[in-house]
Write a new protein. Structure first.
Length: 555
Protein backbone atom coordinates (compact mmCIF):
# COMPACT_ATOMS: atom_id res chain seq x y z
CA UNK A 1 0.00 0.00 0.00
CA UNK A 2 1.48 3.32 -1.11
CA UNK A 3 1.14 6.02 1.50
CA UNK A 4 -0.19 9.46 0.71
CA UNK A 5 2.71 11.67 1.72
CA UNK A 6 0.43 14.69 1.97
CA UNK A 7 -1.10 13.18 5.08
CA UNK A 8 2.19 12.35 6.80
CA UNK A 9 3.07 15.38 8.86
CA UNK A 10 6.40 16.14 10.54
CA UNK A 11 8.28 13.35 8.77
CA UNK A 12 11.42 15.44 8.77
CA UNK A 13 12.98 16.79 11.95
CA UNK A 14 13.93 19.99 10.16
CA UNK A 15 10.30 21.16 9.94
CA UNK A 16 9.30 20.30 13.50
CA UNK A 17 10.21 23.60 15.15
CA UNK A 18 7.89 25.85 13.19
CA UNK A 19 4.92 25.72 15.59
CA UNK A 20 4.49 27.13 19.06
CA UNK A 21 4.02 25.19 22.25
CA UNK A 22 0.28 24.65 22.81
CA UNK A 23 0.30 22.77 26.12
CA UNK A 24 1.07 23.70 29.69
CA UNK A 25 4.28 22.50 31.28
CA UNK A 26 2.44 20.29 33.80
CA UNK A 27 0.30 18.80 31.05
CA UNK A 28 3.38 17.91 29.01
CA UNK A 29 5.11 16.31 31.99
CA UNK A 30 2.15 14.05 32.77
CA UNK A 31 0.87 13.38 29.28
CA UNK A 32 3.89 13.92 27.07
CA UNK A 33 3.21 10.65 25.27
CA UNK A 34 -0.05 12.11 23.88
CA UNK A 35 1.66 15.23 22.57
CA UNK A 36 2.92 16.25 19.15
CA UNK A 37 6.60 16.92 18.47
CA UNK A 38 5.99 19.96 16.28
CA UNK A 39 3.78 21.64 18.86
CA UNK A 40 5.25 20.48 22.16
CA UNK A 41 8.89 19.48 21.45
CA UNK A 42 8.43 15.99 22.92
CA UNK A 43 8.36 12.71 21.00
CA UNK A 44 4.71 11.88 21.65
CA UNK A 45 2.24 10.03 19.45
CA UNK A 46 0.10 13.09 18.47
CA UNK A 47 -3.08 11.66 20.02
CA UNK A 48 -4.13 15.03 21.43
CA UNK A 49 -3.63 16.63 18.04
CA UNK A 50 -6.01 14.16 16.43
CA UNK A 51 -8.60 14.43 19.22
CA UNK A 52 -8.68 18.23 18.96
CA UNK A 53 -9.19 18.16 15.19
CA UNK A 54 -11.59 15.23 14.98
CA UNK A 55 -15.28 16.18 14.75
CA UNK A 56 -16.66 12.78 13.75
CA UNK A 57 -18.17 10.11 15.99
CA UNK A 58 -16.85 6.55 15.67
CA UNK A 59 -18.72 4.19 13.35
CA UNK A 60 -18.53 1.42 15.94
CA UNK A 61 -19.99 1.92 19.42
CA UNK A 62 -17.58 -0.38 21.22
CA UNK A 63 -14.36 -2.24 20.56
CA UNK A 64 -12.78 -4.79 22.89
CA UNK A 65 -9.07 -4.86 23.69
CA UNK A 66 -7.95 -7.94 25.62
CA UNK A 67 -5.14 -7.37 28.10
CA UNK A 68 -3.21 -10.62 28.67
CA UNK A 69 -1.32 -9.82 31.83
CA UNK A 70 -1.32 -9.99 35.64
CA UNK A 71 -4.36 -9.56 37.87
CA UNK A 72 -6.04 -6.18 37.33
CA UNK A 73 -7.75 -3.70 39.63
CA UNK A 74 -11.07 -3.85 37.80
CA UNK A 75 -12.65 -1.54 40.38
CA UNK A 76 -10.20 1.29 39.79
CA UNK A 77 -12.02 4.62 39.37
CA UNK A 78 -10.53 5.13 35.90
CA UNK A 79 -11.09 1.55 34.69
CA UNK A 80 -14.32 0.29 36.25
CA UNK A 81 -16.56 1.92 33.59
CA UNK A 82 -14.56 0.37 30.73
CA UNK A 83 -14.01 -3.19 32.00
CA UNK A 84 -15.59 -5.67 29.61
CA UNK A 85 -18.78 -7.37 30.73
CA UNK A 86 -19.94 -10.67 29.29
CA UNK A 87 -23.64 -9.92 29.03
CA UNK A 88 -24.37 -13.51 27.99
CA UNK A 89 -23.17 -14.82 31.36
CA UNK A 90 -25.31 -14.73 34.52
CA UNK A 91 -23.00 -13.81 37.42
CA UNK A 92 -22.18 -16.33 40.14
CA UNK A 93 -24.63 -19.06 39.18
CA UNK A 94 -21.84 -21.58 38.65
CA UNK A 95 -23.03 -22.28 35.10
CA UNK A 96 -21.56 -21.75 31.65
CA UNK A 97 -24.54 -19.76 30.42
CA UNK A 98 -23.05 -18.74 27.07
CA UNK A 99 -21.58 -22.20 26.42
CA UNK A 100 -18.11 -20.82 25.70
CA UNK A 101 -16.37 -23.36 27.94
CA UNK A 102 -15.80 -21.00 30.89
CA UNK A 103 -18.04 -20.83 33.94
CA UNK A 104 -19.11 -17.39 35.20
CA UNK A 105 -16.60 -15.50 33.06
CA UNK A 106 -18.38 -12.20 33.62
CA UNK A 107 -15.30 -9.94 33.22
CA UNK A 108 -12.72 -12.22 31.62
CA UNK A 109 -10.74 -15.26 32.72
CA UNK A 110 -7.90 -16.25 35.03
CA UNK A 111 -5.83 -19.02 33.44
CA UNK A 112 -3.81 -19.27 36.65
CA UNK A 113 -6.87 -19.72 38.80
CA UNK A 114 -6.63 -22.58 41.27
CA UNK A 115 -9.18 -25.19 42.25
CA UNK A 116 -9.70 -23.52 45.64
CA UNK A 117 -10.64 -20.17 44.09
CA UNK A 118 -7.29 -18.38 44.35
CA UNK A 119 -4.57 -18.05 41.72
CA UNK A 120 -0.96 -19.10 41.23
CA UNK A 121 1.58 -16.54 42.39
CA UNK A 122 4.74 -18.46 41.39
CA UNK A 123 5.57 -20.39 38.23
CA UNK A 124 8.65 -21.94 36.66
CA UNK A 125 10.85 -20.07 34.25
CA UNK A 126 10.59 -21.48 30.74
CA UNK A 127 14.16 -22.74 30.68
CA UNK A 128 13.37 -24.76 33.82
CA UNK A 129 10.36 -26.32 32.08
CA UNK A 130 12.47 -27.22 29.06
CA UNK A 131 15.13 -28.89 31.19
CA UNK A 132 12.49 -30.84 33.11
CA UNK A 133 10.53 -32.00 30.06
CA UNK A 134 13.45 -32.72 27.73
CA UNK A 135 15.92 -34.29 30.17
CA UNK A 136 14.69 -37.84 29.63
CA UNK A 137 15.33 -37.41 25.92
CA UNK A 138 18.56 -35.42 25.85
CA UNK A 139 20.32 -35.66 29.21
CA UNK A 140 24.01 -36.65 28.92
CA UNK A 141 23.66 -37.04 25.14
CA UNK A 142 26.15 -35.72 22.59
CA UNK A 143 25.00 -33.87 19.50
CA UNK A 144 26.24 -36.58 17.15
CA UNK A 145 23.92 -39.03 18.91
CA UNK A 146 20.81 -36.99 18.12
CA UNK A 147 18.53 -37.65 15.14
CA UNK A 148 18.44 -34.88 12.57
CA UNK A 149 14.78 -34.11 13.26
CA UNK A 150 15.54 -33.55 16.96
CA UNK A 151 18.60 -31.35 16.55
CA UNK A 152 16.76 -28.07 17.00
CA UNK A 153 15.12 -29.29 20.22
CA UNK A 154 18.45 -30.64 21.42
CA UNK A 155 20.20 -27.31 20.82
CA UNK A 156 17.42 -25.47 22.66
CA UNK A 157 17.67 -27.94 25.53
CA UNK A 158 21.41 -27.31 25.77
CA UNK A 159 20.82 -23.54 25.77
CA UNK A 160 18.17 -23.88 28.48
CA UNK A 161 20.37 -26.20 30.55
CA UNK A 162 23.21 -23.71 30.48
CA UNK A 163 20.92 -20.91 31.67
CA UNK A 164 19.33 -23.13 34.32
CA UNK A 165 22.67 -24.14 35.81
CA UNK A 166 24.01 -20.58 35.81
CA UNK A 167 20.84 -19.20 37.42
CA UNK A 168 20.82 -21.84 40.16
CA UNK A 169 24.43 -21.03 41.00
CA UNK A 170 23.78 -17.29 40.89
CA UNK A 171 20.75 -17.37 43.18
CA UNK A 172 22.36 -19.81 45.61
CA UNK A 173 25.39 -17.54 45.99
CA UNK A 174 23.18 -14.49 46.36
CA UNK A 175 21.14 -16.20 49.05
CA UNK A 176 24.33 -17.20 50.87
CA UNK A 177 25.42 -13.57 50.84
CA UNK A 178 22.06 -12.45 52.26
CA UNK A 179 22.25 -15.02 55.04
CA UNK A 180 25.62 -13.54 55.99
CA UNK A 181 24.20 -10.02 55.78
CA UNK A 182 21.39 -10.88 58.16
CA UNK A 183 23.81 -12.41 60.66
CA UNK A 184 25.98 -9.28 60.73
CA UNK A 185 23.44 -6.47 60.28
CA UNK A 186 22.47 -5.94 63.94
CA UNK A 187 26.09 -6.08 65.12
CA UNK A 188 27.02 -3.42 62.57
CA UNK A 189 24.16 -1.16 63.66
CA UNK A 190 25.11 -1.54 67.32
CA UNK A 191 28.79 -0.84 66.63
CA UNK A 192 28.07 2.29 64.60
CA UNK A 193 25.88 3.70 67.39
CA UNK A 194 29.12 4.51 69.20
CA UNK A 195 29.92 7.04 66.44
CA UNK A 196 26.36 7.99 65.39
CA UNK A 197 24.04 7.80 68.40
CA UNK A 198 20.99 8.77 66.31
CA UNK A 199 21.89 6.31 63.54
CA UNK A 200 21.59 9.12 61.01
CA UNK A 201 24.77 8.43 59.05
CA UNK A 202 24.94 8.72 55.28
CA UNK A 203 26.81 6.71 52.66
CA UNK A 204 29.28 9.57 52.38
CA UNK A 205 30.00 9.52 56.11
CA UNK A 206 30.40 5.75 56.11
CA UNK A 207 32.68 6.01 53.12
CA UNK A 208 34.89 8.49 54.98
CA UNK A 209 35.23 6.11 57.92
CA UNK A 210 35.85 3.24 55.53
CA UNK A 211 38.74 5.13 53.96
CA UNK A 212 40.19 5.96 57.35
CA UNK A 213 40.43 2.30 58.20
CA UNK A 214 41.79 1.55 54.71
CA UNK A 215 39.67 -1.50 54.17
CA UNK A 216 39.73 -2.29 50.46
CA UNK A 217 37.37 -4.73 48.80
CA UNK A 218 39.92 -7.54 48.69
CA UNK A 219 40.79 -7.24 52.37
CA UNK A 220 37.11 -7.02 53.33
CA UNK A 221 36.29 -10.14 51.35
CA UNK A 222 39.10 -12.03 53.07
CA UNK A 223 37.88 -10.90 56.49
CA UNK A 224 34.28 -11.71 55.68
CA UNK A 225 35.21 -15.21 54.53
CA UNK A 226 37.21 -15.71 57.72
CA UNK A 227 34.27 -14.33 59.75
CA UNK A 228 36.48 -11.52 61.11
CA UNK A 229 34.01 -8.78 62.04
CA UNK A 230 36.31 -5.92 62.99
CA UNK A 231 35.22 -2.29 62.86
CA UNK A 232 36.51 -1.64 59.35
CA UNK A 233 34.69 -4.64 57.95
CA UNK A 234 31.46 -3.66 59.69
CA UNK A 235 31.70 -0.14 58.26
CA UNK A 236 32.28 -1.54 54.79
CA UNK A 237 29.40 -3.94 55.21
CA UNK A 238 26.93 -1.25 56.28
CA UNK A 239 27.99 1.06 53.46
CA UNK A 240 27.31 -1.72 50.96
CA UNK A 241 23.82 -2.21 52.40
CA UNK A 242 23.03 1.49 52.22
CA UNK A 243 24.15 1.59 48.59
CA UNK A 244 21.55 -1.14 47.94
CA UNK A 245 18.85 0.84 49.82
CA UNK A 246 18.84 -1.79 52.56
CA UNK A 247 18.41 0.36 55.67
CA UNK A 248 16.61 -2.17 57.87
CA UNK A 249 17.19 -5.84 58.55
CA UNK A 250 13.62 -6.40 57.30
CA UNK A 251 14.75 -5.19 53.87
CA UNK A 252 17.36 -7.95 53.68
CA UNK A 253 15.02 -10.55 55.12
CA UNK A 254 12.46 -9.62 52.47
CA UNK A 255 15.02 -10.11 49.73
CA UNK A 256 15.98 -13.47 51.17
CA UNK A 257 12.32 -14.54 51.21
CA UNK A 258 12.04 -13.63 47.52
CA UNK A 259 15.18 -15.59 46.70
CA UNK A 260 13.85 -18.55 48.65
CA UNK A 261 10.78 -18.48 46.41
CA UNK A 262 12.92 -18.31 43.27
CA UNK A 263 15.00 -21.29 44.37
CA UNK A 264 12.07 -23.32 45.68
CA UNK A 265 9.64 -22.55 42.86
CA UNK A 266 10.78 -20.55 39.83
CA UNK A 267 13.94 -22.54 39.05
CA UNK A 268 13.06 -25.74 40.90
CA UNK A 269 12.64 -28.55 38.37
CA UNK A 270 10.63 -30.55 40.92
CA UNK A 271 8.14 -27.76 41.64
CA UNK A 272 4.70 -28.94 40.47
CA UNK A 273 3.57 -25.58 39.15
CA UNK A 274 0.23 -26.76 37.72
CA UNK A 275 -0.87 -28.99 40.58
CA UNK A 276 -3.06 -26.35 42.23
CA UNK A 277 -4.64 -25.43 38.89
CA UNK A 278 -5.44 -29.07 38.16
CA UNK A 279 -5.10 -28.99 34.38
CA UNK A 280 -3.04 -31.12 32.01
CA UNK A 281 -0.10 -28.86 31.03
CA UNK A 282 0.65 -31.02 27.98
CA UNK A 283 -2.80 -30.54 26.43
CA UNK A 284 -4.70 -27.55 25.06
CA UNK A 285 -8.09 -27.44 26.75
CA UNK A 286 -10.85 -25.07 27.78
CA UNK A 287 -12.24 -24.43 31.23
CA UNK A 288 -9.28 -24.70 33.60
CA UNK A 289 -8.64 -21.74 35.90
CA UNK A 290 -11.37 -19.49 37.33
CA UNK A 291 -13.08 -16.13 36.86
CA UNK A 292 -11.21 -14.18 39.57
CA UNK A 293 -9.52 -11.67 37.23
CA UNK A 294 -9.48 -8.91 39.84
CA UNK A 295 -8.80 -10.85 43.02
CA UNK A 296 -6.10 -9.77 45.47
CA UNK A 297 -4.38 -12.19 47.83
CA UNK A 298 -3.31 -10.71 51.16
CA UNK A 299 0.43 -10.02 51.10
CA UNK A 300 0.77 -9.84 47.31
CA UNK A 301 -1.41 -6.82 46.48
CA UNK A 302 1.27 -5.53 44.12
CA UNK A 303 0.59 -8.45 41.80
CA UNK A 304 -2.13 -6.50 39.96
CA UNK A 305 -0.12 -3.34 39.35
CA UNK A 306 1.19 -4.28 35.92
CA UNK A 307 -2.13 -5.03 34.19
CA UNK A 308 -3.71 -1.94 35.78
CA UNK A 309 -0.98 0.26 34.30
CA UNK A 310 -1.24 -1.32 30.85
CA UNK A 311 -5.04 -1.17 30.73
CA UNK A 312 -5.09 2.49 31.79
CA UNK A 313 -2.95 3.53 28.83
CA UNK A 314 -5.39 1.90 26.42
CA UNK A 315 -8.77 2.63 27.92
CA UNK A 316 -8.74 4.85 31.02
CA UNK A 317 -11.98 6.83 31.08
CA UNK A 318 -11.66 10.12 29.22
CA UNK A 319 -14.92 11.67 30.45
CA UNK A 320 -14.61 11.53 34.24
CA UNK A 321 -12.08 14.38 34.54
CA UNK A 322 -9.96 12.33 36.96
CA UNK A 323 -6.77 10.34 36.65
CA UNK A 324 -5.59 9.83 33.10
CA UNK A 325 -7.05 9.48 29.61
CA UNK A 326 -7.00 6.41 27.39
CA UNK A 327 -7.52 6.46 23.63
CA UNK A 328 -11.33 6.41 23.59
CA UNK A 329 -14.29 5.86 25.88
CA UNK A 330 -15.55 3.36 23.31
CA UNK A 331 -12.74 0.94 24.17
CA UNK A 332 -13.63 -1.90 26.53
CA UNK A 333 -10.88 -3.73 28.41
CA UNK A 334 -11.07 -7.53 28.66
CA UNK A 335 -8.86 -8.70 31.58
CA UNK A 336 -7.16 -12.06 31.08
CA UNK A 337 -4.73 -13.27 33.74
CA UNK A 338 -1.75 -15.43 32.77
CA UNK A 339 1.28 -13.65 34.25
CA UNK A 340 2.82 -14.23 37.68
CA UNK A 341 6.31 -14.59 39.16
CA UNK A 342 8.04 -16.75 36.56
CA UNK A 343 7.41 -17.19 32.84
CA UNK A 344 4.06 -17.42 31.10
CA UNK A 345 3.15 -20.94 30.03
CA UNK A 346 2.70 -21.39 26.26
CA UNK A 347 -0.52 -23.25 26.93
CA UNK A 348 -1.96 -20.27 28.81
CA UNK A 349 -0.86 -17.87 26.07
CA UNK A 350 -2.44 -19.97 23.34
CA UNK A 351 -5.70 -20.52 25.22
CA UNK A 352 -5.88 -16.87 26.30
CA UNK A 353 -5.57 -15.71 22.68
CA UNK A 354 -8.32 -18.11 21.64
CA UNK A 355 -10.52 -16.99 24.55
CA UNK A 356 -10.06 -13.33 23.60
CA UNK A 357 -10.87 -13.99 19.94
CA UNK A 358 -13.91 -16.15 20.70
CA UNK A 359 -15.32 -13.51 23.03
CA UNK A 360 -15.05 -10.57 20.67
CA UNK A 361 -11.67 -8.94 21.26
CA UNK A 362 -10.37 -7.07 18.23
CA UNK A 363 -6.92 -6.25 19.67
CA UNK A 364 -4.88 -8.39 22.06
CA UNK A 365 -2.21 -6.65 24.14
CA UNK A 366 0.68 -8.82 25.38
CA UNK A 367 3.05 -6.84 27.59
CA UNK A 368 5.07 -9.83 28.72
CA UNK A 369 7.81 -12.05 27.33
CA UNK A 370 10.45 -14.70 27.89
CA UNK A 371 13.69 -15.90 26.32
CA UNK A 372 12.52 -19.48 25.67
CA UNK A 373 9.38 -21.10 24.25
CA UNK A 374 8.61 -24.76 24.87
CA UNK A 375 5.54 -25.12 22.65
CA UNK A 376 6.05 -22.78 19.70
CA UNK A 377 3.57 -24.81 17.65
CA UNK A 378 0.74 -23.94 20.05
CA UNK A 379 1.61 -20.27 19.77
CA UNK A 380 1.78 -20.29 15.96
CA UNK A 381 -1.61 -22.00 15.79
CA UNK A 382 -3.11 -19.40 18.13
CA UNK A 383 -1.63 -16.58 16.04
CA UNK A 384 -3.15 -18.12 12.90
CA UNK A 385 -6.50 -18.44 14.68
CA UNK A 386 -6.42 -14.75 15.58
CA UNK A 387 -5.44 -13.73 12.05
CA UNK A 388 -8.25 -15.83 10.58
CA UNK A 389 -10.67 -13.84 12.75
CA UNK A 390 -9.11 -10.47 11.84
CA UNK A 391 -7.60 -9.84 15.29
CA UNK A 392 -4.38 -7.89 15.91
CA UNK A 393 -1.73 -9.08 18.38
CA UNK A 394 0.56 -6.44 19.94
CA UNK A 395 3.64 -7.45 21.92
CA UNK A 396 6.24 -5.56 23.96
CA UNK A 397 9.79 -6.00 22.68
CA UNK A 398 11.28 -6.63 26.14
CA UNK A 399 13.49 -4.72 28.55
CA UNK A 400 16.88 -6.46 28.26
CA UNK A 401 18.60 -4.01 25.90
CA UNK A 402 19.25 -6.83 23.42
CA UNK A 403 19.01 -7.45 19.68
CA UNK A 404 16.08 -9.84 19.33
CA UNK A 405 17.11 -10.71 15.79
CA UNK A 406 19.96 -12.61 17.43
CA UNK A 407 18.50 -13.49 20.83
CA UNK A 408 14.83 -14.47 20.57
CA UNK A 409 12.18 -12.99 22.84
CA UNK A 410 8.89 -14.88 22.94
CA UNK A 411 6.12 -14.96 21.97
CA UNK A 412 6.91 -13.59 18.54
CA UNK A 413 5.96 -13.96 14.89
CA UNK A 414 9.49 -14.65 13.72
CA UNK A 415 10.43 -18.11 12.52
CA UNK A 416 14.09 -18.41 13.50
CA UNK A 417 14.56 -21.48 11.31
CA UNK A 418 14.15 -19.69 8.01
CA UNK A 419 13.96 -16.04 9.08
CA UNK A 420 10.39 -15.29 7.99
CA UNK A 421 7.27 -14.03 9.71
CA UNK A 422 4.73 -16.73 10.51
CA UNK A 423 1.69 -14.42 10.42
CA UNK A 424 0.55 -10.98 9.32
CA UNK A 425 -1.28 -9.81 12.43
CA UNK A 426 1.53 -9.29 14.95
CA UNK A 427 3.32 -6.07 15.96
CA UNK A 428 6.34 -5.91 18.29
CA UNK A 429 6.96 -2.56 20.01
CA UNK A 430 10.15 -1.04 21.40
CA UNK A 431 10.36 1.94 23.78
CA UNK A 432 11.41 5.57 23.32
CA UNK A 433 11.45 8.56 25.66
CA UNK A 434 10.32 12.16 25.26
CA UNK A 435 13.62 13.74 24.19
CA UNK A 436 14.83 13.82 20.61
CA UNK A 437 18.53 13.03 20.25
CA UNK A 438 21.05 10.24 20.63
CA UNK A 439 19.37 8.99 23.83
CA UNK A 440 15.80 8.94 22.51
CA UNK A 441 15.63 5.12 22.53
CA UNK A 442 15.12 3.76 26.03
CA UNK A 443 18.36 2.22 27.28
CA UNK A 444 16.44 -0.86 28.47
CA UNK A 445 14.52 -1.51 25.26
CA UNK A 446 15.13 -4.53 23.07
CA UNK A 447 15.50 -3.79 19.37
CA UNK A 448 15.87 -5.60 16.06
CA UNK A 449 15.76 -4.64 12.39
CA UNK A 450 13.69 -7.73 11.64
CA UNK A 451 11.97 -8.64 14.89
CA UNK A 452 10.92 -5.25 16.30
CA UNK A 453 8.35 -3.47 14.13
CA UNK A 454 8.05 0.03 15.58
CA UNK A 455 8.83 2.15 18.63
CA UNK A 456 6.44 4.04 20.91
CA UNK A 457 6.69 6.04 24.14
CA UNK A 458 7.49 3.77 27.09
CA UNK A 459 9.54 5.83 29.52
CA UNK A 460 8.23 7.93 32.43
CA UNK A 461 4.62 7.25 31.50
CA UNK A 462 1.89 8.45 33.87
CA UNK A 463 -0.38 5.47 34.53
CA UNK A 464 -3.03 4.15 36.91
CA UNK A 465 -2.01 2.04 39.90
CA UNK A 466 -4.31 -0.11 42.08
CA UNK A 467 -6.51 1.49 44.74
CA UNK A 468 -7.25 4.61 42.68
CA UNK A 469 -3.63 5.73 42.61
CA UNK A 470 -1.46 7.13 39.79
CA UNK A 471 2.26 7.27 39.24
CA UNK A 472 5.01 7.08 36.62
CA UNK A 473 6.59 3.91 35.27
CA UNK A 474 8.69 2.74 32.34
CA UNK A 475 9.13 -0.29 30.11
CA UNK A 476 8.23 -1.73 26.73
CA UNK A 477 5.18 -3.03 28.60
CA UNK A 478 3.91 0.56 28.44
CA UNK A 479 4.99 1.18 24.85
CA UNK A 480 3.01 -1.87 23.75
CA UNK A 481 -0.45 -0.55 24.77
CA UNK A 482 0.25 2.68 22.89
CA UNK A 483 0.03 0.63 19.69
CA UNK A 484 -2.92 -1.40 20.97
CA UNK A 485 -4.82 1.80 21.71
CA UNK A 486 -3.98 3.20 18.29
CA UNK A 487 -5.20 0.04 16.57
CA UNK A 488 -8.46 0.12 18.54
CA UNK A 489 -8.99 3.76 17.58
CA UNK A 490 -8.43 2.99 13.90
CA UNK A 491 -11.01 0.19 13.95
CA UNK A 492 -13.55 2.31 15.84
CA UNK A 493 -13.64 4.73 12.93
CA UNK A 494 -12.81 2.35 10.10
CA UNK A 495 -14.25 -1.06 11.04
CA UNK A 496 -13.99 -2.56 7.55
CA UNK A 497 -10.19 -2.52 7.47
CA UNK A 498 -8.45 -5.88 7.62
CA UNK A 499 -5.94 -6.69 10.34
CA UNK A 500 -3.17 -6.66 7.74
CA UNK A 501 -4.21 -3.17 6.65
CA UNK A 502 -4.30 -1.88 10.22
CA UNK A 503 -0.83 -3.27 10.88
CA UNK A 504 0.52 -1.70 7.71
CA UNK A 505 -1.08 1.65 8.49
CA UNK A 506 0.45 1.73 11.97
CA UNK A 507 3.93 0.86 10.74
CA UNK A 508 3.98 3.06 7.64
CA UNK A 509 2.34 6.12 9.19
CA UNK A 510 4.87 6.40 11.99
CA UNK A 511 7.40 9.23 12.00
CA UNK A 512 10.87 8.50 10.66
CA UNK A 513 13.94 9.87 12.40
CA UNK A 514 17.27 9.59 10.65
CA UNK A 515 19.52 10.68 13.50
CA UNK A 516 22.08 8.46 15.19
CA UNK A 517 21.09 6.98 18.54
CA UNK A 518 22.88 5.02 21.24
CA UNK A 519 22.17 1.32 20.85
CA UNK A 520 20.34 0.01 23.94
CA UNK A 521 22.52 -2.12 26.18
CA UNK A 522 25.66 -0.20 25.19
CA UNK A 523 27.25 2.96 26.52
CA UNK A 524 28.45 4.59 23.33
CA UNK A 525 27.72 2.45 20.25
CA UNK A 526 25.62 4.43 17.77
CA UNK A 527 23.54 3.56 14.72
CA UNK A 528 20.85 5.27 12.72
CA UNK A 529 17.51 5.07 14.52
CA UNK A 530 16.08 3.44 11.40
CA UNK A 531 18.34 0.42 11.97
CA UNK A 532 16.70 -0.57 15.26
CA UNK A 533 13.33 -1.66 13.89
CA UNK A 534 11.66 -2.88 10.74
CA UNK A 535 9.78 0.37 10.13
CA UNK A 536 12.46 2.66 11.55
CA UNK A 537 9.66 4.79 12.99
CA UNK A 538 7.84 5.98 16.11
CA UNK A 539 4.07 5.52 16.38
CA UNK A 540 2.00 8.54 15.33
CA UNK A 541 -1.76 8.36 15.91
CA UNK A 542 -2.62 11.48 13.93
CA UNK A 543 -0.88 10.17 10.83
CA UNK A 544 -2.38 6.70 11.30
CA UNK A 545 -5.93 8.05 11.51
CA UNK A 546 -5.44 10.24 8.44
CA UNK A 547 -4.03 7.31 6.50
CA UNK A 548 -6.77 4.95 7.66
CA UNK A 549 -9.34 7.44 6.36
CA UNK A 550 -7.74 7.40 2.94
CA UNK A 551 -7.38 3.63 2.81
CA UNK A 552 -11.01 3.20 3.89
CA UNK A 553 -12.21 5.25 0.92
CA UNK A 554 -11.20 2.37 -1.29
CA UNK A 555 -13.15 -0.20 0.70
Amino acid sequence: MKLLISFIFCLSISICYSQTNSSTKEDIIKYWHHKDYAQDKVLGISLDKWVKQNKIKPKTNKIIVAVLDTQMDINHEDLKPVVWKNIKEIPNNNKDDDKNGYIDDVNGWDFLGTKNGHYMVYKNYEYTRIVREQSTKFQNKKREEIKEGDLQDFDEYQRALKVQESKVKFYQNWRKSLVFDISVFNKSKDTLKYFFTKENYTIKQLDSMYKIYKINDKTYKQRRDSNDQDLGALISYMKANYELNQFKIEDIQGQKAQLDSVLERNINIDFLEREEIGDNPAKLEKGYGNNKVGAIIKGVQEINEHATEVASIIGANRSNKIGIDGFSDSIMIMPIHLSASGDEHDKDIAMAIRYAVDNGAKVINMSFGKEFSLHKDWIKEAFAYAEKHNVLLVHGAGNDGKNTDELPFYPNDYNYDNKVEVCGNFITVGSTNKNYGEKMVSSFSNYGKQNVDIFAPGEEIYVAFPNNKYDYNSGTSLACPMVSGAAALIWLYHPKLTVQQVKKIILESGISYDNEVIVPGTSDKKVKFSELSKSGKILNVYNAMEMAKEVSKGK
